[in-house]
Write a protein of this length. Structure first.
Length: 294
């Protein structure tokens, strides 16, 4: 079954399944780096918000050998589990006093998100950009975030600069930095980055946040990179593993930046989802200026 046939069959089947209860439609959803996914929306009457179910992964299930019936039932189960969740934005989302305490940051590529950046407040950061989202509990123990667009900022009478000032305070509390020494992950790192030699007690760290969700933005948290540099007594190479984390190593290990860049590009092509690629090259933190550069 081709992917277009799969989408049409799912749409038809869901329309029959929820006939008289809900409208069923397909929509194209823009994700990070210009990636677009097909989303199934089942909108029941008297419900303000409905979850979007992305079909690409379910088609992979079909290709992996699951029957169409199994995939169809899995989509229904997913919808039924999540149909009563919502951001509950309402009054809270209209209150900037509440919003500013729930701001988080995402670090993304500027080049790969030119169209998106026309629509959202952002702060340029080298060849990257910091965008902002409101983190909310969608149901007990389950959190999500809503990306802030210009229309939101206009409603709140704010801008990117003010959002950044509030996010610098709120984000480290909502999504604290998580820094893990690389010893525990050495097999993975040597596989992904062959120019880094295996050994014990390597001065290398993964920097992310506690949810590993857009955790690369943790390098913009105050003092995180500075403290790692002080600990290692060196300038640092910051390797963009994905939008969710970076790898930090001392710059005095004898590794050429060009070698790292070649490997980063290969890893991005072979091991990182297109929507999760951050950049194709190394960044350098300089202790003497407390600055990150290309």
């Amino acid at each position: 079954m081709t992917y277009p046939d799969f989408k049409n069959s799912i749409l038809s089947g869901m329309a029959d399944r929820y006939a008289g209860q809900a409208s069923v439609s397909l929509t194209s959803v823009k994700k990070n780096n210009g990636v677009e996914l097909d989303g199934l929306v089942i909108h029941e009457q008297d419900v303000d918000l409905s979850p979007t179910i992305y079909l690409d992964g379910y088609y992979d299930m079909l290709l992996d050998g699951h029957s169409f019936g199994e995939v169809f039932d899995s989509i229904i189960e997913n919808y039924e589990d999540h149909k009563n969740t919502s951001f509950g934005a309402g009054d809270c989302f209209s209150d900037f006093g509440w919003v500013r305490a729930h701001l988080v940051m995402r670090l993304i590529s500027r080049r790969k998100n030119e169209d998106l950046l026309k629509e959202v407040p952002h702060i340029p950061f080298l060849d990257l950009a910091l965008v902002f989202a409101v983190r909310m509990e969608v149901k007990t123990g389950l959190f999500g975030s809503a990306l802030i667009h210009h229309r939101h900022a206009q409603f709140w009478n704010t801008d990117a600069t003010e959002l950044f000032e509030h996010a610098k305070k709120a984000a480290p509390l909502l999504l604290p930095p998580a820094i893990q020494k690389m010893d525990d992950l050495i097999g993975e790192v040597v596989h992904k980055y062959p120019y880094i030699s295996a050994g014990t007690d390597l001065p290398m760290y993964v920097v992310t946040n506690t949810e590993r969700n857009y955790g690369a933005s943790a390098i913009c948290y105050h003092h995180v990179i500075r403290e790692l540099s002080d600990e290692m007594r060196s300038d640092l190479y910051i390797i963009p593993s994905s939008v969710h984390e970076v790898i930090v190593i001392p710059s005095d290990l004898g590794i050429e930046v060009s070698q790292l860049n070649d490997t980063i590009r290969l890893v991005n092509e072979d091991h990182v989802s297109p929507s999760e690629v951050l950049s194709d090259h190394t960044y350098i933190y300089h202790r003497n200026t407390d600055k990150i550069t290309l």
